[in-house]
Each structure stands twice: as structure tokens, then as C-alpha cells.
Design a binder for this molecule. Structure first.
Ligand code: FES
Length: 202
């Protein structure tokens, strides 16, 4: 397992915005009294969204104090899960699935496009600092292979042209609509349903 890269350029302070503070308090309310530490992943997620897709160490300390947890416990969580970034990844973070079904369906071409258009190396920002990319294991949508995830959304059924279009758009600070590039609804067949025809909204 590779060690997570921790940014050298750390802001000194972090605190939730008013809106995010209210959201964090709502998350804590979902757990029984005294078990507020269970909200740690939700709060890290809020911090990551607030801070342009990465979590500075000041935010880890802030959340530890907020939840009454030792700093090291929050640090253990944030360094364990790959969904948390500890260094800047840009406003648009592209995760390309390179597990077998996506690889068979052309994931290599997608990573080549990322190398050509975004950056030669994974997790290195594009020249305009807007975007970076990385390879990931199965994103759980093999039926729409090959796919990539940009921030929270999936871009599915990709080919070279569609991938180039999407990457060029995000480099231009425009996020194209997510979903299938062949206009499939969710993961249904391209020519309409063939089963469960009697079930409404299946
Ligand atoms: S192999 Fe790519 S989503 Fe499963």
C-alpha cells in the first residue's frame, strides 16, 4: 500500500463555514449522546468539500477538537480511506477505474488521455491547478465500463472522444453532465428494457 502524500503547504487554521457547521451538527445528532465520534467520516467529508477536495492537517485537528477525539484517532481515519485527500487535487479530481472489466473495455486509453491533457503523473495538478487524476480500483459500476469518477459523479460508457471532451471541459472549469455517454438510463439496455416489463419504474 502506498503512503498518502501529505501536502507541504498547510494552512495554519481551519474552521467550518456557518452552513457547514450547521451540517456537521446535524450529522452528530444522528448518533446517540456520547457517541459523537461516529460522525468523524461525515465531518471529514464536509471539510474536504469545503476545502476544494482536500483535507489540511488543521482541519484534522479542528475535527478532533470538535468531536472530543484524540488527534491521532482522526489522523488514523483520514490516512486509511482513499476517499480522503491530504494534498491539493484541484477543483476537479478525476479517478479512473483500471480494474479488469474497465481495463478490458479501454481504461488504458482513458489514463493516456489524462496523462496527455492533465498531467504526466498521477495526483499532480494540471498547469492551471484546476485538475488532477489518479488510477483507482473497481468503482462498482463495471456494467458501464469503462468509467471514471469526477468528484462525486460517475462518467460511464466512455470512449476516447467522449473522455477527451469531458477532460477538456473540466480544464476549462466547466463540469459536463454525469452519467452514460451513450445515454443509457442508469444501467438499462441501450434499446430499452427487456425484462421486468410489467413493473412500473423498474
Ligand atoms: S471494474 Fe471498473 S467499475 Fe468495476
Amino acid at each position: 500500500m502506498s503512503l498518502k502524500k501529505v501536502s507541504e503547504n498547510q494552512p495554519e487554521n481551519f474552521k467550518f463555514t456557518e452552513v457547514n457547521l450547521a451540517e456537521a451538527k446535524d450529522e452528530i445528532k444522528k448518533y446517540p449522546k456520547g457517541k459523537q465520534a461516529s460522525a468523524v467520516m461525515s465531518l471529514l467529508n464536509i471539510a474536504q468539500k469545503q476545502n476544494n477536495n482536500w483535507i489540511p492537517l488543521a482541519a484534522v485537528k479542528y475535527i478532533a477538537a470538535f468531536l472530543g477525539m484524540p488527534y491521532i484517532k482522526v489522523y488514523e481515519v483520514v490516512t486509511f480511506y482513499s476517499m480522503f485527500n491530504l494534498s491539493p487535487v484541484g477543483k476537479y479530481f478525476v479517478q479512473v477505474c483500471t480494474t479488469t472489466p474497465c481495463m478490458i473495455r479501454g481504461a488504458k486509453k482513458i489514463t493516456s488521455i489524462c496523462k496527455k491533457l492533465i498531467s504526466d503523473r498521477e495526483k499532480v495538478l494540471s498547469k492551471n491547478n484546476l485538475c488532477s487524476w489518479t488510477e483507482v480500483e473497481c468503482l462498482g459500476s463495471c456494467v458501464s465500463a469503462p468509467i471514471m469518477q469526477i468528484n462525486q459523479d460517475y462518467y460511464e460508457d466512455l470512449d476516447e472522444k467522449k473522455t477527451e471532451d469531458i477532460i477538456k471541459n473540466i480544464l476549462d472549469d466547466k463540469l459536463p453532465p454525469a452519467g452514460s455517454s451513450r445515454n443509457r438510463k442508469n444501467t438499462s439496455p441501450e434499446n430499452g428494457r427487456t425484462t421486468l416489463l410489467e413493473v412500473k419504474n423498474a
